[in-house]
Design a protein. Structure first.
Length: 466
């Protein structure tokens, strides 16, 4: 990818006119907005009025040392400083590095080195912003996503997207991952990044629902000094921090509508503007968005932009709920149990046949995340040789009593030795369909695939029996 300095504001402080103009001209050809100064006094005045992303500072000047700008903290911490010095004064450059300079150039300056130096300094600033954003997550390295038989189609879809990524390398299209909370959307996003061509570049994860509305724009796009009351220095946003890599926007629908418009613009134009800034900053970011509800529903409710949805919807991944994965639930539980046992430094515990039935019969409203918690709870507190999950009963709530006639309503049910009441089961199914249909007999009949007269007959017969 061609080096570009588009959108960057750079100060060049150099008393030698020819060299100063030569440096400025080269940086401007690469897209930078350059301000020139021949003395400390001029540089200080420019710094008071303008925000600079980077500054090239000569050390020896007519009215002092370029490093005085660092010593006096004239330049804000967000400005990356590159020193320029004669070979005989390398010690001065080293001293400047201790004051916070990112790098130095020995004179005579080779203009071809300028973009490389800025790119390196930019990566250093980007790394600092990433470290600031990074959260402790000791379990991340051990994460797995088990596809199994139920998600074979999803696994093939992931492989297709990775094949496209490998062909394109750059300008990777966005990906939309939809699924209930706890189904593994974050794990899939990490897989796409770690197995793709940008694996060595940053992966920035943002939980949009956790961003305060008043700070969300600044967090994503950064801000310039003075953009708002507490903006005492310019700050890089997470779009910039993810430059060259991947930005994962979890629960993206939580963003306010005006901010969704700005995200759309960033995806389409590959440029952003910081809050309080007027310079476009070029970015190359692969966006992966996640939502815990279908975005089409949120569009209908007026909570999500339709144009942003269509921009994201090129590569869509729908992750099924855990309860829809049938027998794969027990296989996934075995893998997760082995990992949890290893983390607790305990022998691997098997899952009993009754325990497997309970796992497959439970509704899992919290999906894979809830399964992991139930497994860990059982491994710690159950004392038998195998895990039984006795607390998972009945209507899908831990510890709830079994309801007569309803506990069979799952994939893991085994018929009792004393027999099964088919009549009771049919009556319960009719009651369940009527409840779902709001007591509309015709609608309930359509749900069950029977006639209205059959339901009325069953209801009348049930009432007489009662």
């Amino acid at each position: 990818m061609e080096l570009t300095l588009s959108g960057l504001s750079i100060l060049v402080l150099e008393d030698e006119p020819v060299l100063r103009k030569q440096i400025a001209a080269h940086l401007e050809r690469l897209g930078a907005d350059v301000s020139q100064a021949a003395t400390l006094a001029v540089a200080e005045k420019l710094s008071a009025d303008l925000n600079f992303d980077f500054a090239f500072l000569d050390i020896n000047l007519p009215d002092g040392l370029g490093t005085d700008l660092l010593r006096k903290k004239t330049l804000p911490p967000a400005t990356g400083v590159i020193l320029m010095t004669a070979l005989a004064d390398v010690a001065g450059a080293v001293g400047g590095m201790k004051l916070g300079a990112l790098d130095y150039l020995a004179k005579p300056v080779n203009p071809a080195e300028l973009a490389v130096i800025v790119a390196r300094a930019r990566r250093n600033r980007q790394s600092a912003r990433l470290n600031e954003h990074k959260r402790e997550d000791t379990r991340r390295a051990g994460e797995i996503f088990f596809f199994g038989n139920a998600l074979a189609g999803l696994e093939k879809q992931m492989e297709k997207i990775l094949e496209v990524d490998a062909r394109l390398q750059d300008a990777l299209p966005p990906v939309l991952i939809q699924g209930e909370t706890g189904t593994g959307k974050t794990t899939l996003a990490r897989m796409l990044h770690q197995r793709g061509p940008r694996a060595s570049e940053p992966l920035v994860e943002v939980n949009c629902s956790a961003l305060p509305e008043t700070l969300a724009e600044s967090e994503l796009f950064g801000h310039e000094r003075g953009a708002f009351t507490d903006a005492k220095a310019a700050r890089m946003g997470l779009f910039e921090a993810a430059n060259g890599g991947t930005l994962f926007l979890d629960e993206m629908a939580s963003l306010p509508m005006p901010l969704q418009a700005k995200v759309l613009s960033a995806i389409e134009d590959h440029k952003i503007r910081r809050v309080g800034g007027n310079k476009p900053i070029s970015i190359d970011v692969r966006v992966i968005a996640a939502a815990n509800r279908p975005l089409t529903e949120l569009i209908a409710e007026g909570r999500f932009r339709e144009d942003l949805y269509h921009r994201l919807d090129l590569f869509r991944i729908n992750v099924p709920a855990l309860r829809e994965r049938g027998g794969d639930i027990a296989r996934l539980a075995e893998l997760m149990a082995a990992r949890i046992c290893a983390r607790h430094r305990m022998p691997v515990r098997a899952i009993s046949a009754a325990g497997a039935r309970r796992l497959m019969g439970y509704r899992w409203p919290g999906n894979v995340r809830e399964l992991e918690h139930e497994l860990e709870r059982a491994i710690v507190f159950e004392e038998g040789p195998a895990l039984d999950f006795a607390q998972l009963q009945g209507d899908g709530k831990p510890g709830s009593p079994v309801k007569d006639g309803t506990d069979w309503f799952n994939a893991g049910y085994s018929f009792p030795s004393e027999g099964f009441s088919l009549e009771t089961a049919i009556n319960w199914l009719i009651e369940h369909a009527l409840a779902q249909a709001g007591d509309n007999v015709s609608a309930a009949a359509r749900l069950l695939g029977v006639s209205r007269d059959y339901i009325r007959y069953r209801l009348e017969g049930h009432a007489k029996d009662g």
